[in-house]
Design a binder for this molecule. Structure first.
Ligand code: ADP
Length: 401
């Protein structure tokens, strides 16, 4: 009995430490991974996970787990109806189950995808200011079954976690929004100057046409900026689910080349797609990978020279990794700029006047590729050209951590 009491005291002391730790971090990913580690720890469970609730889609999505890697997690959604997590959200009550397979609410799909067998579960709702943000679950008690003490401990941790998640989210949003507002200022200022000039009586017809054409391109750019920004905000918040399928990368490269061909022809740029030997099958979200390649192709055209060329290829040499490269004979990127290319809104000053853009394209590409467990890197020589290399795991089942 004395031993149990000491253990409990230990757990409470640990909880105080963890709470302090949680209050001091605003990086949402770091925060969530600390919470799941702590949850598994204090309840002596094999694994723990956090599912965040999407009120619009009425479903939950995995945001952190001690036993599932990020690419696998990206595709996992849990419906509100017919799942234990959904029940917790709807009823705002904790759940303790000894064997989930005896429980009608159990949603078996997750177990199948991750290959991680689930037996016992203890889950609690994450609530701040009367709003439900998600569910914290611990899975498989190492010995025996989850107790009411475990439930109390997890509830205390959950209350701290919910506040910390809300704070980190607000901070993230305000950061992103202030950057966005900053970016809006320049096009808005130029639109305002343009309309002012249009109203001046001394402006001639030819100049008027020029000004209207500037207004048109600035509005197009604002539109592109708004769409790209929304895209990136969704990707960064983890709310974008990747719908994976197996497809042939070569077909996709040809498709992308066709889409961009008229734009390339305008600048007399030739796009060549190089066929490799062997299979080029890849398991990924085809539409998202297409979005990445189109983005890179668009850059390779925009920052190319007249009569330049682009080589699109994929390498299937390595069994487990698929490499896609987009290489151009363009203006290249100064050495000191290469390290900044994936920063939001970053544009190379020397090339800014060469073509319009948002400075968000590469950040979006990086989010998509990293979300697939891949990498993206850029090699460039000024005046010679740029090569963007993407490596992606070719797929099949991703191994749980
Ligand atoms: P943008 O919408 O400005 O093209 P990106 O995020 O796609 O935004 O690219 C960021 C910056 O990187 C661009 O403004 C450009 O200066 C540089 N860049 C990207 N791709 C290339 C390329 N193929 N060749 C030269 N510069 C490039």
């Amino acid at each position: 009995m004395a031993e149990v009491k000491t253990q409990r005291l230990d757990s409470y002391l640990r909880l105080i430490d963890i709470s302090r730790d949680l209050a001091s971090t605003l990086d949402l990913d770091v925060l969530l991974s600390r919470i799941v580690q702590a949850a598994a720890n204090i309840t002596a469970a094999e694994a723990a996970s956090i599912l965040l609730y999407d009120n619009t889609a009425r479903q939950l999505y995995f945001q952190a787990a001690t036993n599932i890697d990020e690419p696998t997690m990206r595709g996992l959604v849990v419906p509100l109806e017919g799942s234990i997590a959904g029940w917790i959200v709807t009823n705002r009550k904790p759940v303790r189950i000894e064997d989930v397979h005896d429980d009608a609410r159990h949603f078996g799909d997750i177990e199948q995808t991750t290959g991680f067998p689930t037996k016992s579960i203890l889950g609690i709702p994450l609530i701040t200011k009367n709003k439900i943000v998600g569910v914290l679950e611990v899975i498989n008690k190492e010995q025996g079954k989850f107790t009411s003490t475990d439930e109390n401990l997890l509830t205390v941790l959950g209350a701290q976690a919910a506040v910390a998640i809300e704070n980190a989210r607000l901070f993230q949003q305000s950061d992103l929004i202030s950057e966005f507002v900053h970016e809006l200022r320049t096009p808005l200022a130029s639109l305002s100057t343009a309309t002012y000039l249009l109203l001046r009586p001394e402006i001639e017809r030819e100049q008027q046409e020029q000004i209207v054409s500037n207004i048109h391109s600035e509005t197009l750019r604002l539109n592109a900026l708004a769409s790209a920004f929304l895209d990136l905000a969704r990707l960064e918040s983890g709310r974008v689910q990747f719908r994976k399928s197996t497809f042939n990368v070569m077909d996709l490269l040809h498709e992308c080349s066709d889409v961009m061909s008229s734009k390339a022809e305008e600048d007399h740029i030739q796009i060549r797609v190089i066929e490799p030997e062997g299979s080029t099958l890849l398991e990924a979200d085809r539409d998202k990978i297409k979005q990445v390649i189109l983005n890179l192709l668009s850059n390779a055209i925009k920052y190319n020279r007249l009569n330049g060329s682009i080589i699109l290829k994929t390498d299937s040499q390595e069994e487990r990794v698929s490499v896609i490269s987009v290489q151009d004979t363009g203006v290249g990127i100064p050495e000191d700029a290469v390290g900044h290319l994936f920063e939001k809104f970053y544009r190379v000053r020397e090339n800014e006047s060469k073509a319009g853009g948002t400075g968000l394209g590469l950040s979006i590409c990086k989010q998509i590729i990293q979300g697939h467990g891949g990498t993206i890197e850029i090699k460039s020589k000024l005046g010679i050209g740029t090569n963007v290399l993407i490596s992606l795991p070719r797929g099949g089942r991703t191994i749980p951590r």
